[in-house]
Design a protein around this ligand. Structure first.
Ligand SMILES: *Cc1c(COP(=O)(O)O)cnc(C)c1O
Length: 403
């Protein structure tokens, strides 16, 4: 006879109820058309302001063709982790091309930006080291720090003097196992929720003074900042001064994956110790091929990056002229601040009614009371698209008394 078994996880239902009551529940939306400016969400045609597809590469014909060819030549999967099944020539080529593009000795690719951070940080640090992290660093950096046995400290957001204070004290007093073997400063290059840029020249100077390594997560800068989208290190001309650059192939590059760029011996070490490489199957051939094609597009179609920044200027000014608070953004990531969680959710819901898809971002992605709708325009939005979005923001913003 079958007995009814009680659900040992029934508390999850109660916790979900609490999230809903606090306006912190985020529904998953269904997209039934390609990721592009005009797409279809939950059956409704919309203009999207909610992707990281900065340059429209998700649907670029050269990337699509490269992926299809790779499927025909190599099939759809790689069959095992790289150290067991071997590398496809496509991954080897991608890593060579990326290393040239980034002006570094070597690049290692993994499945995502998240695994690049969560795999690299614990691999390169031990309990004789200290990690010093910007307080607003991305969740995947926080995961990596949690997986590491190193001591940890945070410095106030983008505060070079605050960082120096932490480093000075750390060098003076050491850690639980004596003087630190190494100290690693970690920062996002572009912060994903506010769109502000890390003060990298100052960070590098201070790090040099205290003989600290520097790691920069350039997920939102890859394809966006620097010559041909080479990232923040190129933007600030700091080549050779940042020890570990993490980037993503999932945002402006339009496909999927993460990479770690730096010295050859760091790459070789990570092939022995980076757990996402050792214990998780490598990227499929179509992904690697599309990423190779994307590097070609970044090199050959820099006008996409110019259009991205032109559109950003137009849209940001439009929002500001309407009276919206767009925070401290310096990049195409433009938050529209709502403050209250329910207000941010109402703003997103009403924009959706008006045919604009811009999602609300609430705690824990941002602090409580700093809820917002986050927008990102792309190089592919036309001026008509941008005006249609601004019209919707104006109508809804007045309704909700945000302007
Ligand atoms: C998006 C993001 C990541 C994760 O990249 P994925 O390739 O999507 O896993 C890592 N770091 C930062 C700063 C990001 O914004």
């Amino acid at each position: 006879m079958k007995t009814m078994r009680a659900d040992p996880l029934s508390y999850l239902g109660a916790e979900l109820g609490e999230l809903r009551a606090k306006n912190l529940y985020r529904p998953l939306r269904e997209m039934s058309a390609p990721q592009a400016v005009h797409t279809v969400i939950d059956g409704k045609p919309v203009i999207s302001l909610s992707s990281n597809n900065y340059l429209g590469l998700t649907t670029h014909p050269l990337l699509v063709e490269a992926a299809l060819k790779a499927v025909r030549d190599f099939g759809v999967g790689t069959g095992a982790v790289r150290t067991i099944a071997g590398d496809t020539t496509l991954i080897e080529e991608l890593e060579r091309r990326l290393a040239e593009f980034k002006h570094v000795e070597a690049v290692l690719t993994v499945q995502s930006g998240l695994t690049a951070n969560s795999g690299t940080i614990p691999a390169v640090t031990t309990d004789h080291d200290l990690i010093v992290s910007d307080e607003l660093n991305h969740a995947s950096i926080i995961d990596g720090v949690r997986l590491s046995r190193a001591s940890r400290a945070v410095f106030p957001h983008r505060d070079v003097d605050g960082l120096e204070k932490v480093l000075r004290e750390a060098r003076a007093s050491g850690g639980p196992n004596g003087p630190y073997r190494s100290i690693m400063v970690i920062t996002d290059g572009v912060f994903s929720m506010d769109g502000d840029i890390a003060p990298l020249p100052g960070i590098c100077d201070v790090a040099d003074r205290y003989e600290a390594a520097v790691m920069v997560d350039d997920a939102h800068a890859s394809g966006v900042l620097g010559r041909n989208g080479r990232g923040t290190i190129d933007h600030f001309d700091l080549h050779g001064r940042v020890d570990i650059q993490v980037g993503t192939l999932s945002k402006a590059v339009g496909v999927m994956g993460g990479y770690i760029a730096g010295r050859q011996h760091m790459k070789d070490f990570l092939t022995q110790r980076c757990r996402p490489l050792l214990f998780s199957t490598s990227q499929p051939p179509a992904v690697a091929a599309a990423c190779i094609a994307a590097i070609g597009v970044l090199e050959n179609e820099p006008e996409r990056i110019q259009r991205l920044w032109d559109n950003t200027a137009v849209f940001k000014k439009g929002l500001q002229d309407l009276g919206f608070d767009t925070g401290i953004s310096e990049t195409p990531i433009t938050p529209v601040m709502a403050g209250d969680e329910s207000k941010a959710q109402q703003l997103a819901a009403r924009l959706f009614d008006e045919g604009v898809f811009a999602t609300s971002v609430v705690f824990p992605t941002v602090a409580l009371g700093k809820a917002r709708v986050r927008t990102i325009v792309t190089s592919e939005h036309t001026r008509d698209d941008l005006q249609a979005c601004l019209n919707a923001f104006e109508k809804v913003g007045r309704e909700l008394r945000l302007i």
